[in-house]
Design a binder for this molecule. Structure first.
Ligand code: KG4
Ligand code: ZN
Length: 365
C-alpha cells in the first residue's frame, strides 16, 4: 500500500536553529517542501567558539518562529503533518533539549507522533534524500565537528569503520587560518591561499598512515604548521604572501593525502562485502573543498565506485535531513513517547569503541 507521509523536522544540536518539512510517497523520491535555517554565528563570533548557554537560549527563542516559517513556506498547517521528527542527540545538551521540548510541545498539543533522530543519522541518510542512494553505501562525514566513516545499511543500522581521534578536519582548517591571520571560516580561505602555493616546499606529516585502520588524526598538523611559521618568522622577521600560500598548500595536501588513503582503506573494507551498487557519499562543510573532492573522485573512479556529494546546503546542519531520517524511522514503525531523552553523546554504531575526538562544536559520538 502506498502511503504519503509529511514530517516536520527540528534541528538544534549545535549553532543552527532549523525547521523543515519533507514529504514522501512510499516508493517515490522525497521532496523538501520547506527548509529554514537560522544560523547563530554572529552570537558566538566574539568568543572564538560556540558558547553552549548562549546557543541553548537562542534555540529556545527561535524554534517556534522557524517552525511557523517552515509550515508557511510549505503551504501547510500542523493538521497536514503525520509526525514530528527532532534531533535528540548527539550535541550540545541545552540546544538538543530546546528542540526536544519544542517537538514534545507540538506533539502534546496536536496528538501527532514524535520521532527522535540521531543527528549523525540525519547527515548519513542525506544521500538517500538527495540521490535515492541504495543501502548499503559508504559515508564519509567530514566537517568542523565530525569525521567518520560509516557503512549505512538501514535507517538505524550503521557500522563505523573509523574516525578522527582528535580534531575534525574543518577544525584543523579553522585553526590553520587563525595561525596565519586568515579570515574565518578557515576552510575556504586556506583553500584559496593553497591554490597559489607550492605544496612541496614544506613537508607536513601524514598522521596515522602507518597504522592499517581507518582512524585519522589532525591535531598534529597545526602544531607542525605553527613550528614552520615560527621558524620563518625567526629567520625573516615575518611571513610573505608566498610563505603563507606555501604553508596552506602543504597543509591542505597533507589533509587530502590522509583522507584519500584512509578512504581507500574504508572503501576496501566496504567493497569486500560485495555491495550491488558500490557508492561513496560525503557530507559536511569540508566536502566543499575542491582538492579533497577531486582526490575522492579519482579514488572512486579507480575502485569503480559511484561518488555522491549532496549540495552544500544539505551537507551542513539543516532540518530537512532530520525530517527525512525521521520519515525513514517512522515508515519502519518507530515511535517515541514523551519519555524521549536528549542525549549529549549517541554513537550511531553502538558496537564500535568510542573515539576520543569530540570536535570544537561539542561532543559528537
Ligand atoms: O558542516 P559544517 O558547516 O559545520 C559543522 O562543522 O558542523 O562545516 C563547517 C566546517 C568549517 O570548519 C569550515 O572551515 C569547513 O567546514 N569548510 C571547509 C571548506 N568550506 C567549509 N574546509 C575546507 N575547505 C573548504 N572549502
Ligand atoms: Zn552536523
Amino acid at each position: 500500500m502506498t502511503q504519503t507521509l509529511t514530517l516536520l523536522g527540528l534541528e538544534s544540536s549545535c549553532d543552527d536553529t532549523a525547521a523543515a518539512v519533507v514529504r514522501q510517497r512510499d516508493g517515490a523520491r522525497a521532496e523538501i517542501l520547506a527548509s529554514v535555517v537560522f544560523g547563530q554565528t554572529e552570537l558566538h563570533s566574539a568568543y572564538g567558539g560556540v558558547v553552549p548557554e548562549i546557543a541553548a537560549r537562542a534555540h529556545a527563542e527561535k524554534l517556534d518562529g522557524c517552525v511557523r516559517d517552515a509550515l508557511a513556506q510549505a503551504g501547510i498547517t500542523l493538521a497536514d503533518l503525520d509526525a514530528v521528527a527532532v534531533t535528540a542527540g548527539p550535541g550540545l545538551i541545552g540546544g538538543v533539549m530546546s528542540g526536544v521540548m519544542c517537538a514534545k510541545g507540538i506533539c502534546a498539543a496536536t496528538g501527532l507522533p514524535l520521532v527522535g533522530v540521531n543527528h549523525l543519522a540525519g547527515h548519513a541518510l542525506t544521500p538517500r534524500l538527495t540521490d535515492e542512494m541504495a543501502y548499503p553505501y559508504l559515508m564519509l562525514l567530514v566537517s568542523g565537528g565530525h569525521c567518520q566513516y560509516l557503512i549505512a545499511r538501514g535507517p538505524e543500522d550503521f557500522t563505523r569503520l573509523g574516525g578522527t581521534i582528535d580534531d575534525a578536519p574543518g577544525e584543523a582548517f579553522d585553526k590553520t587560518a587563525r595561525l596565519l591571520g586568515l579570515p574565518q571560516p578557515g576552510g575556504p580561505s586556506v583553500q584559496a591561499e593553497a591554490e597559489l602555493g607550492d605544496a612541496k616546499r614544506f613537508r607536513f606529516p601524514r598522521p596515522l598512515l602507518d597504522r592499517p585502520d581507518c582512524n585519522l588524526s589532525f591535531s598534529g598538523l597545526k602544531t607542525a604548521l605553527m613550528r614552520m611559521r615560527d621558524q620563518i618568522v625567526a629567520e625573516k622577521g615575518g611571513l610573505t604572501r608566498q610563505d603563507r600560500a606555501d604553508l596552506c598548500a602543504g597543509f591542505q595536501a597533507a589533509i587530502v593525502d590522509t583522507l584519500v588513503e584512509k578512504t581507500r582503506r574504508a572503501l576496501l573494507l566496504y567493497l569486500a562485502e560485495k555491495p550491488a551498487r558500490p557508492s561513496l557519499a560525503v557530507a559536511g562543510g569540508v566536502a566543499a573543498n575542491t582538492a579533497i573532492r577531486s582526490g575522492l573522485m579519482t579514488l572512486c573512479a579507480q575502485l569503480e565506485t559511484d561518488f555522491v556529494a549532496p549540495p552544500l546546503s544539505l551537507c551542513t546542519d539543516n532540518a530537512a535531513m532530520i525530517a527525512y531520517a525521521g520519515l525513514e524511522r517512522f515508515r519502519s514503525g518507530a515511535r517515541d513517547g514523551m519519555e524521549l531523552m536528549a542525549r549529549p553523546r549517541w554513537p550511531l554504531d553502538q558496537t564500535s569503541p568510542a573515539l576520543l575526538g569530540s570536535g570544537k562544536k561539542g561532543a559528537k559520538a
